[in-house]
Design a binder for this molecule. Structure first.
Ligand code: SF4
Ligand code: SF4
Length: 230
């Protein structure tokens, strides 16, 4: 993208925090959840219970997880504080990219992402001379590792969306949600030979239980592929 956008968000603007208070819709990828639960020192199950809502995506019938948009005492994102985002260094991909919004679609060449600028009427961040390209904005916001971390999950969701919702019943939705979003519970599932077999995993339980979070995330994508796409 060669377009440029002028944008600078800072604490002195009168709109500061408003975007996070106005019931934002922030979909969390498994990588977003991993970063947030690490930052907060929580097990993934506890993080999901305290801070998120789950909905079913209509094309794939698979579950999506959102930050609870009413999670703060006086409304809005539960992570908002008087001086801004309290999980700033670990904020989700959607927050990093804002005011750019990303969409993705599946083509014969794989997943293609597209980007557009979302100018909220109350957002004053555009009144500046600080200018960005898409690339410089992504680099500034540390977006690359987030894009990398969620790539496989996004592709699985899109591929299942193209196939249609057939075969995705409530037990599969629950299993998908556990594998994709609840890493710490996934570790306990990996202890079960039947589960490892269903996911096409050949190693012994110990091979998997000692994996770090990022390695476990990659493994979870392998399990999701096997379960959902066959
Ligand atoms: S400038 Fe825009 S992004 Fe920044 S706090 Fe204000 S509304 Fe939110
Ligand atoms: S995670 Fe942080 S940046 Fe994102 S909506 Fe919540 S408070 Fe705002």
């Amino acid at each position: 993208m060669s377009s440029r956008v002028k944008f600078h968000c800072h604490e002195d603007l009168s709109c500061f925090n408003q975007c996070c208070r106005r019931t934002p819709t922030i979909i969390l990828s498994p990588y977003d959840i991993l970063r947030l639960k690490q930052c907060l020192g929580l097990k993934s199950g506890e993080f999901l219970r305290r801070y998120t809502l789950r909905e079913i995506e209509e094309w794939s019938n698979l579950p999506l997880v959102f930050i609870d948009p009413y999670g703060a005492k006086d409304g809005g994102c539960p992570f908002i504080g008087p001086h801004g985002c309290q999980v700033y260094d670990h904020r989700p991909a959607a927050c990093r990219l804002f005011p750019i919004t990303m969409g993705s679609r599946l083509t014969e060449n794989g997943v293609v992402d597209y980007y557009f600028c979302r100018q909220l009427d109350y957002c004053q961040g555009f009144a500046t001379d600080i200018e960005w390209t898409l690339e410089s904005w992504m680099a500034n916001q540390g977006f690359k590792e987030y894009a990398e971390g969620r790539k496989d999950w996004l592709e699985i969701m899109l591929r299942k969306g193209v196939q249609g919702p057939a075969g995705v019943d409530a037990p599969l939705q629950d299993l998908f949600a556990t594998i994709a979003y609840d890493q710490d519970t996934l570790r306990t599932l990996l202890d079960q030979p039947g589960f490892r077999k269903a996911c096409g995993l050949k190693g012994k339980a110990l091979d998997y239980l000692t994996l770090d979070d990022l390695a476990l995330l990659k493994l979870s994508y392998k399990c999701l592929r096997a379960l959902v796409l066959g």
